[in-house]
Design a protein around this ligand. Structure first.
Ligand code: ADP
Ligand code: ASP
Ligand code: MG
Length: 422
């Protein structure tokens, strides 16, 4: 008898039929003798619809009220799913994030989990009930409802799995597992059977939205085995485990496991900054003061003007206005000439644990992009990743070409069962 946490994403519970199918899977797992805790996302595109509803009233919604609004989507689905499970003859109890003891800080819209006290959930499963928890939400010290950021239900599920010492956390979604690229962009993407936490972290951090980044961080920290699979099929899915486990399966780490694409970032260039020690520190302190999340950085010094340089960095598009305003406000202190903004850039990342011991990955990447005449604007690397900034309108074809160049094409078309990819 295992303790299993199952998370169902929005497309898996989009309507009554889907909800009934999910309820049946939950009941089958329960009847097989397992204890089941379920985390559920808002139905279909509910969260986007709620965002649109707020935008139709105001361009500056108060953050606290925004989180109460957004948390409503998951409250609807948890209650309905509990009804559907009860209907099949198994007792189920629905809990909000607060009732499930998910304690967070007060950063509305991007709250971090700071404590887990899932007593009511533990009691429910002890009593033989299925506990159904609303994903994506928690409660702050001031008793305010918070949300964990888009895609955050994955993190609710892994945090509960860690706190309850579950045997596995199953993430049910609208594709058969983790693929070597987003199947919506690269139809020939191949499904991976096993991946390391580390590779999955790099993919999630660079745009592969199949898993919320913090969910993978939690899973690695607390060693929760993750099993990503489809709620629309019975295929085996993808196991995400630690490196030692995958080695014990006699797997040679692939040089390139997959590629990710990200079009949620923009680029800010600060031109004509003084080429003296301390300048970068002042600039990045200014950006940090408004919580700007910088990813890539490039600095160029022109031969003709060696006493000044240009500094470019990428930030999430939503943060551009605040970062630019903060820099403008400090214009005198930073003494730059001008700020240039690219509202959107494309970022392509190639990830693989085998890169540590293999050279030549960057040569293949740049040769492929060169042959396509795709210009590389910025580059960043980690031990197991290379990322490049390219024009956003070239990102999809560049992703497909790079995928082919690394021999990742499956030869079959990956199945996407539902969802809009929004
Ligand atoms: P859910 O609503 O179940 O949480 P998401 O839309 O958040 O589902 O995540 C699933 C989607 O992630 C897939 O439909 C797919 O388009 C996208 N995706 C991006 N990169 C990958 C990848 N490497 N493997 C699988 N899916 C990916
Ligand atoms: N419903 C939330 C979202 O759309 C959380 C989630 O689906 O994980 O982002
Ligand atoms: Mg998701």
């Amino acid at each position: 008898m295992a303790l299993i946490v199952q998370k169902y994403g929005g497309s898996s519970v989009a309507d009554a039929e889907a909800m009934k199918r999910v309820a049946q899977r939950i009941v089958d797992t329960h009847n097989a003798g397992h204890r089941v805790v379920v985390v559920v996302s808002a139905m279909g595109d509910t969260t986007d619809d709620l965002l649109d509803a707020a935008a139709s009233l105001t361009s500056k919604p108060p953050k606290r009220e925004m989180d109460i609004l957004l948390s409503a989507g998951e409250r609807i689905s948890m209650a309905l799913l509990a009804m559907a499970v009860n209907e099949l003859g198994v007792e189920a109890r629905a809990y909000t994030g607060a009732q499930a003891g998910i304690q967070t800080d007060s950063r509305f819209g991007a709250a971090q989990i700071i404590g887990m006290v899932p007593e009511r959930v533990a009691r429910a499963i002890k009593d033989g009930q299925v506990a159904i928890v609303a994903g994506f939400q928690g409660i702050s010290k001031d008793d305010d409802v918070t949300t964990l950021g888009r895609g955050g239900s994955d993190t609710t599920a892994v945090a509960l799995a860690a706190a309850l010492h579950a045997d596995v956390c199953e993430i049910y979604t609208d594709v058969d597992g983790v693929f070597s690229a987003d199947p919506r962009i690269v139809p020939g993407a191949s499904q991976l059977s096993v991946m390391t936490y580390e590779e999955t972290l790099e993919l999630a951090a660079h745009g592969a939205k199949v898993l919320h980044l913090r969910a993978v961080e939690f899973a690695r920290k607390f060693n929760v085995p993750l099993h990503v699979r489809s709620s629309f099929s019975n295929k085996e899915g993808t196991w995400i485990v630690d490196e030692n486990y995958s080695k014990s399966k006699a797997m040679e780490a692939p040089v390139v496991a997959g590629i990710a694409h990200d079009r949620s970032q923009g680029k800010i260039t600060i031109a004509g900054v003084p080429n003296v020690p301390g300048t970068a520190s002042k600039i990045f302190a200014t950006v940090a003061a408004v919580d700007g999340n910088i990813d890539m950085i490039v600095q160029n010094t022109a031969v003709a003007t060696p006493d000044s340089s240009n500094l470019s960095f990428t930030v999430p598009q939503a943060e551009i206005p605040a970062v630019v305003a903060a820099l403008e406000e400090s214009r005198d202190k930073l003494s730059f000439r001008e700020i240039r903004v690219s509202e959107s850039v494309g970022i392509l990342s190639v990830v693989g644990a085998g890169m540590r011991s293999h050279s030549g990955v960057s040569a293949v990447l740049f040769k492929t992009l060169g042959e396509l005449s795709v210009n590389v604007d910025m580059i960043s690397t980690s031990e197991i990743r290379i990322s490049v900034v390219v024009a956003p309108e070239r990102l999809d074809e560049a992703s497909r070409a790079v995928h082919t160049a690394f021999g990742l094409d499956a030869g079959t078309r990956a199945v996407v069962y539902g969802g809009t990819g929004r």
